[in-house]
Design a protein around this ligand. Structure first.
Ligand code: IVH
Length: 708
């Protein structure tokens, strides 16, 4: 274990050995942070060490080495990339497009035939890996130091993108002692989906072009001539193979199998996917294909299939290559997450807070495992930037749990006049001019006709109709009736449409005036269902102040804010009458939220709805304001994991929040306690690594009672 004591903040003697040790320390912490996702020192401490190294190197440039962690970012923008001839060509893999189990069976049969194995020989051992959807990269290390990173190019000659690749925290700049003198590690550079979404949100907010998918965003970042821009694009890496290794035997470890080689790469500090496994014969390959296909949506990064490789390197050598593809590997594809379809129309939907969203209506298309008929265009700027028009052929993407999106238009190519026959020019010109008009957001709400406005600095248009707008009313009712608010079981979208469109109800409070007769008279409503709704409405009348407050659907007031307000003020009247200043005293309430609350309760019709709901029988317990209520857990963040002996997850959460604590979903340096029950998994490991205190249920109860 390395310690940090050697490097006090002051007095840094530029001893080369000490500089080297500081570098090693920083490499180790970078590996824990980027590859293992389990840092052991605070970020600030890492920064301090990093700055210490920077200072030493600045004072003594002779001590600067290319593998220094300080060299990840920096360098000047390039004019173009230099060419790199690969010492060992970068091959591609034969693709099995048959997405049925037969894809795996075909490959196994071919391998057995080529190896001359008959039925009596046992199953062949394979390594099964995800097929990462990024771009291939060759990382060249000399004497353990990263000296070059090259793209695949045509397989023989690629481009030198070392400057950009250095910015990827997951890629080691220096390897441990004992690695071969020359070592080329090959793998895939990719962008995680959450990083991609964040990047696109930033691009959207700045009014810049969004990226089509994580692969394109990653490729763009890698081929960015200015490394400071590349450094802002979060990339990741998985290793899956080797290029040149020399000396092949002496010096380096001798691998018998592909799997051993991957395990060694992991030990050397490279990220190797945890989904890589050994599979015997076609049956296990099929099982792997199916398991990974099921996990695909939840993976956090895009994959477009799986890869099967013969595990034994001796057998790989025996099988050899056909042109540029090894005979011992195959890629077995999954159904595509992007498809082409036609835009039938562009609708504008009205959300609960009046936000207008353009939505492309599509010819039904099966993509990412579901049939998609709608895809969001986000807002007017985005729709115009993508220039999506009725009749266009577009690429639709659905990856992970992300809502389907139109990523772009596939335009008919417009040939230049000189290059083609005149009649072709005419036809393609017509194809282009024949497109519908460019999208413009209506200045009136498409549902209620009220003016739609776009406020200064905002990207969204909003309908100003408020609860006059039936679309907003419907959404408001659904929001109020949802499980996390007052919960009216069975009151779904279809029923609300019927009730509002049929003018059976107008406002929230009308809900509690609904009788059996009016419900049963609705189209397709059975007596039994009507009775269930009446019973659910009756049940929903007993609620809590935070649920009721959240259910009102005040802009910017989510569940957590509603809880904080209820705790602070104790009663609804106190909240309704609170001044801006008083509201700002609540933890978690800033100027935007405070203003939103005031605006809401300043409107007489909103107050009227609240009064009518109370008159209709909706009630909750009110308490004293929080000044007198105990908040022993305020400022503390809890994470819950495993099964607690008596408390349900929701109970524990409610008790912690009632005592002023917060509950978060994952363990980080910011967590105060992990409350662990039976079968606590990775969160417990993570808490231990980060030094987060761990409690059991009894410990939590002691804290809640103020005994601990
Ligand atoms: S192995 C000898 N393994 O697929 C084969 N490639 O068509 C060399 N890829 O350019 C590649 N995941 O970009 C291999 N687990 C994996 C892969 C993988 C993705 C990509 C890689 C390569 C292409 C091959």
């Amino acid at each position: 274990m390395v310690t940090n004591d050697l490097f006090p903040p002051q007095a840094l003697p530029p001893d080369p050995a000490q500089v080297a040790q500081l570098r090693r320390l920083l490499h180790e912490h970078a590996h824990r942070y980027y590859v293992e996702d389990a840092p052991t020192i605070p970020d600030a401490e890492y920064d301090r060490l990093f700055q210490a190294l920077q200072a030493m190197e600045a004072q003594h440039p002779a001590l600067l080495t290319p593998d220094s962690p300080t060299q990840r970012v920096g360098g000047r923008a390039l004019e173009s990339f230099a060419s790199v001839r690969h010492a060992v060509p970068m091959l591609s893999i034969r693709t099995e497009t048959d997405t049925e189990a037969s894809g795996a069976h075909n490959f196994d049969a071919r391998v057995r035939r080529e190896l001359g194995l008959d039925g009596s020989a046992g199953p062949v051992a394979y390594v099964a890996e995800p097929k990462f959807d990024g771009l291939a990269m060759s990382l060249r290390y000399q004497h353990g130091v990263l000296v070059q990173a090259a793209t695949r190019g045509d397989g023989e000659v690629g481009e030198d993108v070392t400057q950009n690749i250095r910015t990827i925290g997951q890629i080691p700049l220096r390897l441990p002692d004992g690695v071969p003198e020359v070592l080329e590690v090959r793998g895939e550079v990719y962008m995680r989906r959450d990083d991609f979404e964040t990047l696109n949100e930033q691009q959207r907010a700045r009014g810049q072009k969004t990226f089509v998918n994580p692969r394109n965003a990653a490729a763009g970042a890698v081929r960015q001539l200015d490394p400071s821009i590349a450094a802002q694009r979060p990339l990741s890496f998985f290793a899956y193979g080797l290029g040149e290794v020399s000396p092949a035997q002496a010096g380096g470890p001798e691998f018998g199998t592909h799997y051993e080689m991957l395990q060694t790469l992991k030990i050397w500090g490279f990220p190797v996917s945890a989904l890589v496994t050994i599979a015997h014969g076609a049956t296990e390959l099929v099982a792997y294909y199916e398991t990974i296909a099921q996990q695909r949506d939840g993976l956090g990064f895009d994959i477009d299939g799986v890869v099967y490789k013969v595990n034994s390197l001796a057998l790989q050598r025996r099988m050899g290559f056909v042109t540029r593809e090894p005979r011992w590997a195959v890629a077995h594809k999954f159904p595509a997450q992007e498809q082409l379809t036609t835009v039938l129309g562009i609708d504008v939907q009205v959300g609960r807070t009046g936000k207008l969203t353009p939505v492309a209506k599509l010819a039904p298309v099966f993509v990412g495992g579901v049939t998609v008929t709608n895809a969001t265009l986000h807002n007017e700027d985005e729709a115009r930037r993508k220039d999506v028009r009725v009749g266009d052929t577009v690429i639709v993407r659905r990856a992970g749990d992300v809502i389907p999106e139109v990523v772009g238009v596939v335009l008919p190519r417009v040939p230049t006049e000189s290059s083609v026959h005149p009649e072709l020019v005419e036809r393609s010109a017509q194809a282009v001019t024949g497109r519908g008009p460019i999208f413009t957001m209506p200045r009136q709400c498409p549902v209620c006709g009220s003016t739609a406005v776009r406020e200064e600095g905002e990207v969204d248009y909003r309908c100003t109709g408020g609860l006059f707008c039936s679309a907003q009313r419907k959404q408001a009712i659904l929001h109020f009736a949802q499980r996390r608010a007052v919960e009216v079981e069975g009151l779904g979208e279809k029923l609300v449409d019927q009730l509002v469109d049929g003018e059976v109800i107008r406002t929230l409070s009308d809900l509690y005036r609904l009788g059996l007769a009016s419900l049963a008279s609705l189209d397709r409503m059975a007596d039994k269902s009507a009775q269930n709704i009446v019973a659910a409405l009756e049940k929903s009348k007993q609620t809590t102040l935070p649920r009721f407050l959240f259910g009102l659907g005040i802009r910017h007031v989510g569940e957590a804010t509603a809880k904080a307000l209820a705790r602070h003020f104790g009663s609804l009247d106190a909240i309704m009458d609170a001044s801006l200043d008083q509201l700002l005293h609540v933890s978690d309430v800033g100027p935007t939220v405070a203003q939103s609350l005031r605006t809401f309760f300043d409107q007489p019709h909103n107050r009227e709805v609240v009064e009518q709901l109370r008159a209709g029988g909706v009630s909750w317990q009110e308490g004293p304001p929080a000044e007198r209520a105990p908040t022993p857990l305020s400022g503390k963040t809890f994470v819950l994991t495993g099964t607690l002996p008596t408390l349900s997850r929701d109970d524990a959460k409610e008790m912690i929040e009632a005592a002023g604590g917060k509950v978060a979903g994952s363990v980080s340096k910011k967590s105060t306690f992990l409350v662990a029950g039976a079968e606590a998994g990775s969160k417990l490991d993570k808490a231990r690594e980060l030094g987060v205190a761990v409690l059991d249920e009894a410990g939590l109860k002691e804290l809640l009672d103020g005994r601990a």
